[in-house]
Ligand binder design. Structure first.
Ligand SMILES: Cc1cc2nc3c(=O)[nH]c(=O)nc-3n(C[C@H](O)[C@H](O)[C@H](O)COP(=O)(O)OP(=O)(O)OC[C@H]3O[C@@H](n4cnc5c(N)ncnc54)[C@H](O)[C@@H]3O)c2cc1C
Length: 128
């Protein structure tokens, strides 16, 4: 899929291909085939920077449909959060709330509801 951004003032024009990955293998293959590509999480940072002309990656690899990256495992011994899990999914997850209440509370406090639904937790959790 090819997408194009153009601002009417002519300040920037950006064209990129979008690869929608559904497996980890898709992600690895896309990154290997397109070394200049960028992973697309929620796009709240990347897409804004593309629109502003700050970055112009030729290919975006959408990781939002990769099941392995959307998984959460939370029990008394282990907390595993996939790199494409949304912040809003963490603070309502039963296992996270039960065994790691601080993580659940923190995930519910970052940014506003729209950002929490959109942004992947990979970016925000290290800030806690
Ligand atoms: C109005 C507004 C307010 C904001 N406020 C804040 C704020 O207060 N604090 C703050 O820290 N940020 C803020 N941001 C920036 C941004 O929203 C956050 O950094 C957010 O967490 C980015 O997450 P995302 O999933 O949308 O990332 P994206 O925009 O999709 O990606 C950001 C970067 O991470 C890379 N990436 C994405 N997923 C992965 C992955 N799984 N593995 C490796 N690399 C990956 C992308 O290639 C890209 O380089 C704000 C943005 C906006 C528009």
């Amino acid at each position: 899929m090819e997408m194009r951004h153009k601002q009417t003032s002519g300040m920037y024009e950006s064209r990129f291909a979008l690869v929608r990955a559904t497996t980890l293998e898709d992600v690895v293959n896309a990154r290997a085939s397109h070394p200049d590509s960028r992973l697309l999480g929620g796009g709240t940072d990347l897409v804004v920077n593309i629109r502003r002309g700050i970055v112009a990656p030729p290919v975006l690899v959408d990781i939002n449909h990769v099941e392995e990256m959307r998984a959460i495992r939370a029990d008394a011994r282990i907390l595993e959060i996939g790199a494409a899990v949304k912040l809003a999914e963490l603070d309502v997850h039963e296992g996270v709330r039960r065994h790691y209440p601080v993580v659940a509370q923190a995930a519910g406090c970052i940014a506003g509801p729209t950002h929490r639904r959109q942004s992947v937790s990979r970016h925000a959790l290290p800030l806690l």
